[in-house]
Design a protein around this ligand. Structure first.
Ligand code: 5MM
Length: 358
């Protein structure tokens, strides 16, 4: 093989194709991979019990919103959902495929305290990951997600950054070996009083290490997707940033740290309001980028939808419309064509919760 051939993996071509499909113009990812504990919190907010039936009803509503695939290219699922059917007995994976949406799977096993650190977090899930990934591929998943976090007020310590980056790189290599495009997500939490410059500094450090270890683990950059936090001031910083400032800082970070071989940058919303997340994405797409700059939102796509539903069958259609409204707004933002007209006050409310643990 020539020095240009990217990696000896039987899945190489498929990985590149999957990544390009997810990173297609005017589309982004619906993150609906809340673990059962997190889903329970979401359901509790509308007065519902955290039962499998309620989770199934909610996920059915999401995946069967008519025309969702016009704006959504990939959906990240929790393991339960990957093996679940809709309330009408259709496999959720099949409903997604019919919508033209690639099914993805959250493969990390969540966060625990990182021993020896300054009260920081460690992401688990590498044990048995290869066999789990192979089974998820068999079940129809074509991409994976691993979310680890970095806290600015708690350091971040060199140890926490290194562990976050190393874990992501090991996970990425294992995913690619099993045909899954890894979404690399080191979330830099919004918590803190720091200004935007401090976030920028930490983000540069984190992404430098992530790419160092991705390269060391022979990960094929053409077959990954990134899920970064936008560069913003800490949630408790009195000086706020405009979408133009967020875009300027975030794009500077990407230009300095992310090679153009990476096909897609799918941002997380991290507690921003629905409208804020859309405006920031739109600002980043005012000029052409070397990558596809798009979204992989959970709260910023689902919040109004969930509230509109409230657990009542008669609200399903209205809730689906609410989801489509957000999906379409972000689709326009991916193309740099979002105007912000006609947004409700509710969609402008922030969702940040201090010290929030998923
Ligand atoms: C949907 O929440 C995801 C999984 O969380 P837990 O397993 O911890 O319950 C989460 O990783 C999410 O996909 C990302 O944080 C992006 O979500 P936001 O709401 O920040 O856009």
């Amino acid at each position: 093989p020539s020095a240009l051939s990217i990696r000896a993996s039987s899945y190489a071509d498929e990985l590149v194709k999957t990544a390009k499909t997810v990173a297609s113009p005017g589309r982004g990812i619906l993150a609906m991979d809340e673990s059962n504990a997190t889903c329970g919190k979401r359901l509790a907010s509308i007065g519902l019990e955290n039962t499998e039936a309620n989770r199934q009803a909610y996920r059915t509503l999401l995946v069967s919103a008519p025309g969702l695939g016009n704006y959504i290219s990939g959906a990240i699922l929790f393991e339960e959902t990957l093996y679940q059917s809709t309330v009408d007995g259709k496999k959720i994976v099949d409903v997604l495929k019919e919508q033209g949406i690639v099914p993805g799977i959250k493969v990390d096993k969540g966060l625990v305290p990182l021993a020896g650190s300054n009260d920081e977090s460690w992401c688990q899930g590498l044990d048995g990951l290869a066999s789990r990934s192979a089974a998820y591929y068999e079940q129809g998943a074509r991409f994976a997600k691993w979310r680890t976090v970095v806290s600015i007020p708690n350091g971040p310590s060199a140890l926490a950054v290194k562990e976050a980056a190393w874990g992501l790189a090991r996970y990425a290599a294992i995913s690619q070996d099993n045909g899954l495009v890894p979404i690399v997500e080191p979330e830099i939490l919004l918590d803190g009083e720091h200004g935007i410059d401090r976030t920028f500094e930490v983000a540069q450090k984190v992404w430098a290490e992530v790419f160092f270890y991705l390269a060391e683990n022979n990960v094929m950059f053409e077959g990954i997707l990134l899920k970064p936090s936008m560069v913003t001031p800490g949630a408790e910083c009195p000086v706020r940033a405009t979408p133009q400032q967020v875009a300027e800082y975030t794009l500077s970070l990407l230009k300095r740290r992310i090679p153009p071989s990476v096909p897609g940058i799918m941002f997380l919303s991290g507690g921003q309001s629905e409208v804020e997340a859309t405006l920031n994405l739109n600002a980043m797409n005012q000029a052409p980028n070397p990558w596809h700059v798009s979204f992989s939102y959970a709260r910023a796509l689902q919040n109004t939808c969930l509230k509109t539903w409230g657990g009542a069958a008669e609200n399903v259609e209205a809730a689906q419309q609410a989801l489509l409204t957000r999906a379409k707004a972000n689709s326009l933002a991916q193309l740099g064509k979002y105007t912000g007209e006609g947004e409700s006050d509710e969609a402008k409310e922030g969702m940040f919760v201090k010290g929030y643990v998923y």
